[in-house]
Structure formats: C-alpha cells, structure tokens
Design a protein around this ligand. Structure first.
Ligand SMILES: Cc1cc2nc3c(=O)[nH]c(=O)nc-3n(C[C@H](O)[C@H](O)[C@H](O)COP(=O)(O)OP(=O)(O)OC[C@H]3O[C@@H](n4cnc5c(N)ncnc54)[C@H](O)[C@@H]3O)c2cc1C
Length: 614
C-alpha cells in the first residue's frame, strides 16, 4: 500500500505543488527536497513497522479501565514512543526549542502515512495542536512548563470542549471556573482557578502513554451574581494538567482533581481512548481548601484573557481540520489500495461479448468488469483528489506563515473559505470510497477477515467530530462565503479562472475547463439567490446540499489543476490521473446541478416538514 501512497504524495508535493521551492524561504533555508524526502522516508518506515501491523489489534483490543488505570496494547505504547522519538511532534517548531522548522506541507504529508497505517493508534495530532495553541496564546511560563514537554513526547494533550449537553452549541457549556484563593493571580503558571464540570467525548483523555496529560478546557467564569455568562463570549480557556507540575514541567507528585468517569465504546477509531471526564468533583482532593474546604476542584491555569477561550481554540482549527480531512482521506486511500489489490486477484464472472457470455471460458479477474472499474475509479478520484486538496490547504498554511504580507493575507482568506471543504469533503466522499471498497470485496468485504470494514467504521467518525457536517455547512454558507464582502470567494474564483485559462489551451482538458466555469458560475448564482433577501431561514435551509455542491466544484478545480501537471506525460500513473480527472468531470460534477437547485429555489420541503408528519 505504502508504495502507491508514496508515489501519489511525491507527485502532488513536487510535480504539482512545487513544495521544494519552500526551501527558498528564510525559515526553511536549511531544507531541500533531500531533507523533505528524509522526513517522508522516516514517517513511511515507522508507519510500516510500528503502526500498520497493529491496526486490527487496536480495533479488537479496545482500551480497558480496571478502576485505576486505562490499559492499552503494548503496540500502542511502542508506536507512540517511535513517533515521539522521530521528532514529528515538534517538526514545525523553531530550532531553538528542538524543532526542525519543517514546512507544514511536509509535516502534513508525513503524518498521512500514520493515518493510512493505523489512524486510531494516533500520531499526536491533538498533542501538537494543544502545544501549538500554547505557543500562540500561552505565557512563556506556560510554554516552558507544558508545551515543550508535549513537543518532546513526555506529556500528551487533549482538547476539552464538548459536554454531555453541549456539543455543536458550545455556548451552552456549564463547566465553571472560580478564582482559587485571594492570590490566584500570582501563580507563575498563570491565573489559577478551580474548575468543576463534566467533559464528554474527550479523545485521549486518560491513558498511561505519557507521564502527564495536559487538558485544555473551555469553562465559564461566573459573574458577581454567581451566574455563568451566556453565549460564547463568556467562555475562557484553562490548562488543567492531570498531574501538577513546577515551573520546569517537573511533576510535583500531586494528582489534580480530574477523574475518568468512563470510557466510550465506539463504532471505530478504537485505538484511541475516548472519555467522559469529571473535573473537580473531589475524587482526587488537591491543595485544600479548594471548593469544599477539602481540596475539591481541578486546578486550572487561565490562558490569555477571560472570555477569549473559543477564539484561542479556533486559532488551531485550520490545522486541526486539515488533519481531520487528511485522516479521512487516508482511510479512503487505504481502502482504495486494498480493494484495488483484491480486484486484481479475485476471479469471478465472464465478460459480456457481442454474443453474450461464453461459459466455456475461464472466469476473469473482477478488475476486468466495467462496474468494478467504476468503483475503483470513483475511489481514486475521491481519495487522490482529496489528498491534493489537503496538501493544497497545507501549502496555504505555509504561505500564511511565511509569505509576504499580501500573499499571507490572501492565503488566510482562502483558508477561511476552503477549511470547511477540507474537513467535510473527504469525511463524506472518502467514507463513500470506503463503502465502495467493501462493495468491491463482495461478501468478504463485510467480514473482519479483510481490512475494509474497519476503514469504514474508523472513517465514520469524521463527519461527526471537529464540527459536524451540518455545522460545517452552516459555517460555509452562513459565514465564510459572506465574510469581508465575499472576498474569499472572489479569491477562490480568481484561482479557478487561472486554472480554467490554462486548461483551455490543452485540447484534452478544454471541455473540462468549460464545465468548471459553468459549475462555479452556478455556485455563485446559488449563493446570491440563497441570500436574496438576507433572511437566514430560507438561505440556510439547504446548507448541506450547498456544501456538497461547493465541495464538488472545488474538487473539480483541484483535479483540473492536477491534470495540467499530468498532461502530456505518457506513463501509466499520469494517464491514471487524467482519467480520474475525466471521471470526476463526467460522473461527479453534474451532481452539483441537483444540489444547487434546492439552494437556489430556497426549497423548504425539509424545513417545513411538520414533526407529526414523520
Ligand atoms: C469519537 C469522538 C471523539 C471526539 N473527540 C472530542 C474531543 O477530543 N474533544 C471534544 O471536545 N469533543 C470531542 N468530540 C465531540 C464532538 O466534537 C461532538 O460529538 C460534535 O461536536 C457533535 O456534538 P454532539 O455529539 O453533542 O451532537 P449534537 O450537537 O447534539 O448534534 C446532533 C445532530 O444535530 C445537528 N445539529 C446540531 N445543532 C444544529 C444546528 N444548529 N443546526 C443544524 N443542525 C444541528 C448536528 O449536525 C448533528 O447531526 C468527539 C466525538 C466523538 C464521537
């Protein structure tokens, strides 16, 4: 599998995105294609040796709680150690703190190998996101005590947003944070609070892979009347370590009041623990008096200003969402390559000739049937297209961080518009790819003797977490395409126009260029029609079909641009890219017309369905 994946990544990185030119930037000056390749080689090797062989094991040996400790397979411990030792946790950081100053584009490509090999053993995405947030918004003391140890792999990190009653609607969180004593502002690790509340669905919330776990927790500080402020503006952010530390991150020997209430038993992604955590209920009293005179209340250090918690959390969202999109893409890719291999070897059925079937002939391999080729080509178009999109977005992140002012601003705005697509499109369509991979396997695909059912189960998460599909759609149509007077959409349109102009000069691609031109015009017209009178009710009633149409149009553009890099080359891999592009334009892009029709007409069939008519 890794071979097909590596070839796809190499082509997209170097032939299409020209990632090697990043080495001309000051920040990446010590790098070159050779150093990028060395990182990819290391990731590929660790993923092959420490992740892939244990993907089924971590699915069947779910995490267990023995009342004291959470038990994970030994393979998970070894994989974490190998990943941390590789330096990937701090790949993008400054040399001064032990990092490699690697472009995010290459980091994202390297991490793709782990997601393809065993997504749920995990490759530290949450830990890196957590530590990056502290680098951006924490104090020097907080970086020193927490973030640096996360980059080194001594500590791991979580993101504690969701609560049992508050998932999509974070304004309803009820976790409280009250100042811890009169001297609460004098703590060197930041203003110190006591937290009490329940956090649901927390990934990697409890385990013993690392010495400590750094929880980043959203909570509300009550006003003088004791009430929690309403809305998202009342949300603050706190560092709540499982075990307390000193200024250098050394464990003080005190256990913080954070208790595992239970593990969630999931459909897939079982190699990662998923937890309900109780903060501050007094299970582990710490530093009395606390909330009850006996040390109840989890100790947390505020990050930044009160009321800015969600804004800080969202700082990391672009990269987190590219990470989710990449994970979805890699699960799709793993299924595609497994089903391709199966189809090349499974004999079944005879071809239909002009005179029908000849039963005297031996059976052919199923890859020879047109419908099986359709299923394989669909997977290829979804997954390689999604991979290109994720790497394109990662390249924009590098532009945002290292480009000149105008280029950085353009990249920022393009990322605002593209991020809901980068997260949601692979979550939906690479999941569909996994379903097709099962179909290619026939009955065998529905058993645990083949890997594809697990890929589907693992992938099913991605439309749910990091903002559900529905929430991403509302974000796109309700906010992103409108922000800054629609400038993000205009920038995207300009990039599409440039691709279209080039493709019109290539006879094999000219018809696709016209089709893309028409599809983007239709997306723009539907956006205007949806918002014709500014009323959000009919405008947003069909936000998901809009997301689907927008996403398919973006992918058509990505494929056309990739096809330009492949055009004129005669080898099989590039012919395959051109045919996947053609598949996308002939079989997928036409779907956008139906999706956009209900958006344009502000169809209220769903919105007006009376509850008692269901
Ligand atoms: C395996 C797993 C890992 C997770 N890891 C973490 C983690 O590490 N940290 C963390 O904080 N959270 C985590 N989550 C939580 C995840 O982010 C939430 O499940 C998600 O945000 C949805 O919240 P919910 O489950 O409460 O569903 P709800 O918000 O109740 O949504 C249910 C349905 O209603 C729809 N809906 C809700 N509101 C609206 C609306 N306004 N308009 C239209 N439709 C709407 C949703 O789209 C969805 O289809 C994880 C979840 C899972 C399953």
């Amino acid at each position: 599998m890794a071979q097909g994946l590596r070839a796809a990544i190499d082509f997209l990185l170097y032939e299409w995105l020209q990632a090697q030119t990043l080495a001309t930037r000051e920040r990446f000056a010590d790098h070159s294609r050779e150093t990028f390749d060395a990182v990819l080689d290391t990731c590929e090797r660790i993923a092959r040796e420490k992740y892939a062989p244990f993907n089924r094991l971590v699915d069947t040996e779910e995490p267990r709680f023995d009342g004291e400790r959470v038990i994970l397979p030994a393979a998970t411990h070894e994989a974490w150690k190998a990943y941390a030792d590789s330096g990937m946790l701090s790949a993008a950081q400054d040399y001064a703190i032990g990092g490699m100053q690697l472009p995010y584009t290459v980091e994202a490509a390297g991490n793709a190998f782990f997601a393809a090999a065993s997504v749920s053993i995990g490759a530290g995405m949450l830990t890196v996101g957590n530590a990056n947030l502290l680098m951006a918004h924490g104090t020097e003391a907080q970086r020193r005590a927490f973030a640096r140890h996360e980059f080194a792999g001594r500590f791991s990190g979580t993101m504690c947003l969701s609560e049992p009653q508050a998932g999509s609607s974070l304004s309803d969180i009820a976790t409280r944070a009250v100042p811890d004593g009169d001297d609460y502002e004098a703590d060197p690790l930041g203003p110190r609070y006591r937290l009490r509340g329940n956090k649901m669905w927390i990934s990697a919330g409890e385990h013993e892979l690392t010495e400590n776990i750094v929880h980043l927790v959203l909570a509300k500080i009550p006003g003088p009347d004791g009430r929690l402020p309403p809305g998202v503006k009342g949300i603050s952010l706190f560092i709540v370590p499982k075990k307390l530390v000193d200024a250098d991150g050394r464990l003080t020997g005190e256990r913080n009041d954070v208790a595992l209430a239970g593990l969630n038993h999931k459909c897939g992604w079982r190699g990662t623990t998923n937890t309900l955590l109780n903060f501050g209920e007094g299970r582990y009293p710490v530093r009395a008096p606390g909330l009850d005179g006996r040390g109840a209340g989890a100790i947390g250090y505020r990050v930044g200003e009160p009321g800015q918690g969600l804004r800080y959390m969202f700082h990391m969202m672009n990269e987190a969402r590219i990470g989710v999109g990449m994970a979805a893409t890699m699960l799709g890719m793993a299924g595609y390559l497994a089903s391709l291999d199966y189809a090349r070897n499974r004999p079944q059925g005879r071809p239909i000739g002009p005179a029908g079937k000849d039963p005297a002939q031996p059976p052919v391999r199923i890859i020879e049937h047109a419908d099986v080729k359709r299923m394989l080509l669909a997977q290829k178009a979804y997954c390689e297209g999604a991979l290109a999109l994720e790497l394109y977005c990662a390249r924009l992140v590098d532009e945002q961080h290292t480009g000149d002012a105008a280029a950085a601003d353009e990249a920022r705005l393009l990322l605002e518009v593209l991020t809901p697509i980068a997260k949601s499109w692979p979550s939906e369509w690479c999941l569909e790819a996994n379903s097709l991979a099962i179909q290619v396997h026939g009955g065998y695909g529905y058993t645990r003797d083949f890997p594809v059912e697990q890929y589907w189960r693992d992938n099913r998460l991605n439309m749910i977490h990091e903002g559900t599909h529905g929430i991403q759609a509302l974000d796109l149509l309700g906010r992103k395409v409108l922000m800054e007077e629609g400038r993000g959409m205009q920038l995207l349109g300009a990039r599409m126009a440039a691709t279209i102009a080039r493709a019109r000069g290539v006879p094999a691609l000219a018809a696709h260029a016209d089709a893309l031109h028409g599809a983007w015009d239709a997306v723009r017209a539907a956006t205007q029609a949806a918002w014709a009178d500014g009323d959000p009710v009919p405008a947003l009633a069909n936000a998901v079909p809009y997301l689907q149409a927008f996403g398919h149009t973006v992918l058509a553009w990505i494929w056309l641009d990739v096809a330009l890099a492949a055009a004129g080359r005669e080898d099989a891999a590039n012919r395959g890219r051109l045919l996947a592009c053609r598949y996308f334009f002939h079989y997928e892009l036409p779907k956008t017309a139906a999706w956009l029709q209900v958006v344009r007409e502000r169809d209220l069939t769903c919105a007006e369905m009376p509850e008692d008519a269901f």
